[in-house]
Design a protein. Structure first.
Length: 220
């Protein structure tokens, strides 16, 4: 009898007279993203299943697909959503303090260094992302469909536009994408582009920063 009673009890904490507490959409999405990031880091894109992610997040696979559509979409969000949050926090912390051009240049140099660090820390997952977007349903979707990366570009372009005293020589929407691609390529393909003996890490970081700043300066 005790065994039967134990089996009949639902798992997890109970609320409101025996019913499980209803989770908000934000809570469900956050749980899925956190679980996905953990599983992808441990097993990679190919080695992770949506069933594993749902189980770790304590949600159903139906909920996972409801909010993200596919494993590839979820994988993209585990990479670019943190990047977008990092950018948002940086802008909120530094933009109100901007004054002269020198301050803006220092901000741009600092953020470019942080962007390099972020890409280095997530280079393996970014590599898997390229593979994932190429083979998801047989189509290469392109990172432009990632909402958080689009927000990253929009915020960067808005910052450049606000700082421009005259009509920019290069469209800020294009400039911010080229700058991002330059940093991404230099970090992702570091072993190809910078073979041993060409430069140390500090020199490479400084060169990337200078390159991006020169580009931004073209629109000043």
């Amino acid at each position: 009898m005790k065994r039967l009673v134990r089996r009949a009890l639902p798992k997890g904490p109970l609320r409101d007279g025996g019913r499980r507490k209803r989770r908000s959409t934000v809570d469900i999405v956050n749980r899925i993203v956190q679980a996905a990031r953990s599983e992808f880091q441990q097993s990679g894109f190919a080695g992770t299943t949506t069933a594993q992610i749902a189980r770790k997040a304590d949600v159903t696979e139906a909920q996972l697909f409801q909010y993200f559509g596919s494993k590839a979409n979820l994988f993209r969000e585990t990479i670019f959503k943190p990047l977008d949050e990092q950018l948002r926090q940086f802008i909120e912390s530094h933009i109100p303090q901007l004054g002269e051009t020198a301050n803006f240049a220092e901000m741009a140099r600092l953020y470019t260094s942080e962007l390099q660090r972020f890409i280095r820390d997530n280079s393996e997952m970014l590599t898997s992302l390229v593979v994932a977007q190429t083979y998801d349903d047989g189509n290469a979707h392109g990172v432009a469909r990632i909402n958080s990366l689009s927000a990253y570009f929009d915020r960067g372009a808005a910052t450049m536009t606000a700082r421009a005293r005259t009509k920019p020589k290069v469209d800020p929407q294009l400039m911010v994408r080229v700058s991002f691609a330059a940093v991404l390529g230099c970090i992702m393909f570091k072993e190809w582009i910078f073979p041993r003996g060409v430069a140390d890490q500090e020199q490479i970081t400084a060169a990337i920063n200078d390159f991006v700043l020169e580009g931004i300066g073209a629109n000043s």
